[in-house]
Design a protein around this ligand. Structure first.
Ligand SMILES: Nc1ncnc2c1ncn2[C@@H]1O[C@H](COP(=O)(O)OP(=O)(O)OP(=O)(O)O)[C@@H](O)[C@H]1O
Length: 407
């Protein structure tokens, strides 16, 4: 019988090196010399890079699209099929459930369970509840090695108040024409004649905290791209953003100025080596790096945020050296320094470990409570610590997903 191993990691561990070590055969003796496959966003990103560079795609997807044009969930489903067809002798399964809806999560557990009958599975996870049912032994990283995780069952990340100070207030209020920040009236979108969303009617008002949910491929990211400005499908539709009809003369920049945006994908995008302090200040300029000299007020506002995040003492540290959990806090502060009327959080907890998810949720709940910024949290799953007031759900349909207000 195969032994199936889980390695429980935190966001402070160097996952990439860990995976490299496993694949090299140095870390786990029983797989030494075997041909491994890696089921991970790392592999998906590598294939997407290939697509961009060479214009070819090797992985068949549900709709026959490239990986780039597939939804996050569709990419993962296509990858697992592809890897299994390659007949690996063991599989490393990293962050299995990230981006997958509930039904797909159940399906992938069955797929992996079946696969575990013929090859060893090595699961890498930072969520206790994500552990696969057939895992025999749990390890944790220690230096460059892994050691058995003796007291795993009693592990329970505690919630303590992490952010003591009040939320910093904005230097100036961003004025919005209307109480309705987003208004969709019968909005429909199709790609290549395939209907994606149909007759969506939805409103987000000042200060509201929404959760947009729906299964993989139901159109959540499509809706976000209609709001945040760069989807040409938004034209000739009844979409009103911040009181102005979309396409009636406002620039993408006018819209972006009013939106703070965070997605876990940004963690891969920010490659510059700026200090944590400059990273937060760049939020005043909607830029990725800092190309202008900030004024005194902006610097002292950034310092207020750093104090709130308990990072003032390390403000000159390189952002890239932070753990993925701390990077997220800095990027949320960056998105919030101006108190945009709308803060979009797209799958923000994907890849986050148990304890950092608690901290992250505390910050988002605090923003909801202590600012007039409306929050749009997009995820296929309920995040236990987060407390949105309203839920809008997309329900897939052959004619395009319909939507309903759940609460
Ligand atoms: N540019 C595009 N061209 C063709 N099809 C597209 C394009 N963008 C998205 N799609 C398709 O539209 C559908 C909805 O995708 P979308 O990314 O909005 O779903 P989602 O609800 O965010 O999914 P997930 O939870 O998996 O991220 C998918 O079937 C996707 O393949």
């Amino acid at each position: 019988m195969n032994t199936h191993i889980a390695i429980y990691i935190s966001n402070k561990d160097d996952k990439k090196s860990l995976i490299k070590n496993i694949l090299s055969g140095n870390l786990i003796e029983s797989i030494n010399g075997l041909k491994g496959a890696l089921f991970s966003e790392i592999t998906i990103n590598k294939f997407i890079e290939e697509e961009k560079r060479h214009g070819r795609f090797n992985i068949p997807t549900k709709n026959g699209h490239s990986l780039m044009k597939s939804s996050e969930g569709e990419r993962k489903k296509a990858l697992i099929k592809y890897l299994i067809a390659e007949n690996p002798e063991y599989l490393i399964a990293d962050n299995i459930f990230g981006n997958l809806d509930i039904k797909s999560q159940e399906e992938i557990v069955l797929t992996l369970e079946e696969l575990s009958k013929s090859i060893p599975i090595i699961q890498i996870s930072n969520r206790k509840k994500d552990l696969l049912p057939f895992i025999n032994v749990i390890y944790k990283p220690e230096g460059k090695q892994i050691v058995p995780f003796e007291d795993f069952d009693s592990l329970s990340p505690k919630s303590k108040q992490y952010f003591i100070q009040d939320l910093p207030q904005p230097l100036e209020q961003i004025l919005v024409e209307s109480y309705y920040l987003v208004k969709f009236q019968n909005v429909s979108v199709s790609y290549l004649n395939k209907p994606i969303i149909k007759d969506i009617c939805w409103e987000i008002k000042t200060g509201e905290f929404w959760h947009l949910m729906g299964p993989n491929g139901s159109g959540k990211s499509t809706i976000l791209s209609l709001i945040s400005g760069d989807n040409p499908k938004a034209f000739n539709q009844d979409i009103y953003l911040f009181g102005v009809k979309k396409g009636s003369g406002e620039s993408v920049w006018d819209i972006k100025k009013k939106i703070g945006y965070f997605t876990s994908e940004m963690l891969q995008g920010f490659r510059r080596s700026d200090t944590i302090e400059r990273m937060i200040i760049s939020g005043f300029y909607d830029s990725i790096g800092l190309y202008k000299y900030p004024n005194e007020n902006q610097i002292s506002k950034a310092h207020e945020w750093l104090k709130l995040l308990n990072m003032f003492d390390i403000k000159n540290r390189n952002f890239q050296t932070l753990s993925s959990g701390h990077k997220r806090l800095v990027l949320i502060a960056r998105a919030m320094v101006k108190h945009p009327p709308l803060l979009i959080l797209d799958e923000p907890t994907n890849g986050l470990d148990d304890s950092d998810t608690i901290i992250f949720s505390e910050l988002v709940n605090k923003i909801a409570k202590e600012s007039s910024t409306a929050i749009l949290f997009v995820s296929h799953r309920h995040e236990v610590g987060l407390s949105p007031d309203n839920i809008y759900e997309l329900i897939p349909n052959e004619k395009g997903s319909s939507g309903r207000v759940v609460k």
